[in-house]
Design a protein around this ligand. Sequence first.
Ligand SMILES: Cc1ncc(COP(=O)(O)O)c(C=O)c1O
Length: 400
Amino acid sequence: MTFNLNLKDLQPYPFERLRQLTDDIKGNSAFSLIPLTLGEPKHAPPQFVVDALTDPQHIREALGTYPLTKGSAELRTAIGNWLQQRFGIAVDPEHEILPVNGTREGLFAFAQAMLSGKSDSYVMMPNPFYQIYEGAALLAGAQPLLVDNQPRLDFQQDFEHITETQWQQTELVYLCSPGNPTGQIMPEAQQQALIERAHKYNFIIAADECYSELYFDETQPPGSLLSASKAMGNPDFSRCVVFHSLSKRSNLPGLRSGFVAGDKALMAAFLAYRTYHGCAMSAHHQAVSRLAWQDEAHVIANRQLYQAKFAAVRDILAPHYRLNEPDGAFYHWLATPADDRAFARELLQQFNVLVMPGQFLARSNNGHNPGSGFVRVAWVAPFEQCVEAAERLARFAQSG
Ligand SMILES: Cc1ncc(COP(=O)(O)O)c(C=O)c1O
């Protein structure tokens, strides 16, 4: 039997590794289990989306149509307006925006559509990372090139050690800002330096901006790769695309709704790929997505909930841990006093709190796994549960 040989290169997902690590452990039953592992938003979805999605008339009409892969003009226009309001950029809804079924789907498919398939080509990505970047590169037959997020640089990546040959062999660069799991926002100047290199070495930049609406300093919302591109005199976003999502912004992870926007030549090629792939977003999801992109009030309220939660857990944890305060997203990348796997096991055993060992979210690079010695803590649960978990984490630090 023949099958895609690249499939064998895929790595187990972090949650599978965690299951194996903790399989033999019974969490302390004196406490209820609090999982802080999955980045699945738990705040309430906007009621107006729920109402629209459950309107029978609306559903009946939508179920009777084949939706457009390109997305409805109304949805793309709403996204274009949002990009204009949020980032001050004019993006053409007709040629520069496409819906995706969540950024995960879009980020993965984009690599399949864009990469040459040459086995010596590179896809650059952060390390630690969102594992889809790695799987997308491997399944497209390319090699992941890890660019570590450096603690000494506040978890920014250091691109300066990339060699001339590596730049030449690079076809695609994934960026993640605000970053999962490290929470840093990439400065505009660094994005622009990368865009210059994209032109020099002929590669594409795919920026995962799915956490762009979750940030902590209201005076400094994260910019976009597209605004960085425009500001440097590249207003047609050549070689740049960005991915956005309603999952984190609007607490709609189950809707599977996001978009990709940018360079119109890339968008045209991606649309051709997607038409064959058959991944059009259903019409009722397109319709409610439009409503969500048109409303900002629920996004502000959502962000405030995270800000309040982080303020509370920070106060509890700061006396006991060396905290890396994120600029955005909803994770703490917590330095552990001991091995991160041992930390996760003991925390579960003693306090029934589950966190993700950092080394499962990263790969060894030049002999060092940059996730070692960290755990990822996702503060997605309701406020009281997060406070309770932080208190247990504090007690755990004291007990050690
Ligand atoms: C960095 C990053 N990118 C993309 C995604 C996928 O989000 P979605 O497919 O729900 O838009 C996630 C989800 O956790 C993520 O953490």
